[in-house]
Write a protein that binds this ligand. Structure first.
Ligand code: F6R
Length: 246
């Protein structure tokens, strides 16, 4: 794993956007894996600014999001489909038909998981997957204890994840308790992974990721088995960890 240390959230976002733009320019038909949550919002903002200023085009890009809440439709402001439209897709020239997110209202969720896993494979897999990390080490919505061999599946969200995500809802009772997520093996099949980590609340997770064992009790630890992971982390998250940064 390669670590890039930056000063703050803003720099992390700018650096991550530059990283992604560079890949899109090199390969206009790139398959991008995308995340939601607070961490990538600044990155998406920078991608939009660059698109408006420099015209980087996403017309041929295909995207696959990590996850979606079960029970929320695309017009629900808290759905991840709505999030992606609102924070990125509506403001760049991407073809929305090429943007993939599991359906939170599929008639058969098991079937939806198979469909999603299959569509990623049929596209030849993900070239670059963007990830955030939960303070409990989750990646996507793969909570502690998830098998490293898991494919796209249905999850019961951990109480700590529901609590953390309640900030996006008006009441904690509105946070869905289930979601569909790419599995850990789905994520690991990506050719390259860019993990973004910012802030005090992620300090312990980063420390455990770097210094702890590879273990299903801390899902992100599996990233140490991947040959091409870049972490962009800010100073607060890195704190006084003894890491070799670029
Ligand atoms: C989002 C996702 C999650 C988040 C994680 C961190 O699609 O799959 O794993 O990346 O929960 O969330 P934030 O960025 O809000 O701290």
């Amino acid at each position: 794993m390669r670590i890039i240390e930056v000063n703050d959230y803003q720099q992390m976002s700018k650096r991550a956007a530059e990283y992604i733009i560079n890949k899109v320019v090199q390969n206009p038909s790139i398959k991008l894996g995308l995340a939601t949550g607070g961490t990538p919002i600044g990155t998406y903002k920078s991608l939009i600014e660059d698109h408006q200023k420099n015209g980087t085009s996403y017309q041929k890009v295909t995207t696959f999001n990590l996850d979606e809440y079960i029970g929320l439709s695309s017009d629900n402001k808290n759905s991840y489909r709505y999030f992606m439209n609102d924070h990125l897709f509506n403001y760049i020239d991407i073809n929305k038909a090429k943007t993939n997110i599991p359906s939170g209202i599929a008639p058969d969720f098991q079937e939806e998981c198979h469909r999603y896993e299959d569509i990623i494979s049929r596209h030849g897999g993900i070239d670059l997957q963007i990830l955030g990390i939960g303070s409990n080490g989750h990646i996507g919505f793969n909570e502690p204890g998830t098998s490293f061999g898991s494919k796209t599946h249905i999850v019961n969200l951990a109480p700590s994840t529901i609590q953390a995500n309640a900030r996006f809802f008006s009441r904690i009772e509105e946070v869905p308790t289930k979601a569909i997520t790419m599995g850990i093996s789905t994520i690991l099949k990506s050719k390259e992974i860019l993990l973004l980590i910012s802030g005090e609340k992620k300090k312990d997770a980063l420390c455990r990721l770097l210094n702890g064992e590879i273990n299903e009790s801390f899902p992100a630890s599996v990233l140490k088995n991947h040959p091409c992971v870049t972490i962009i982390a800010d100073k607060v998250a890195i704190a006084d960890l003894e890491v070799q940064c670029l």
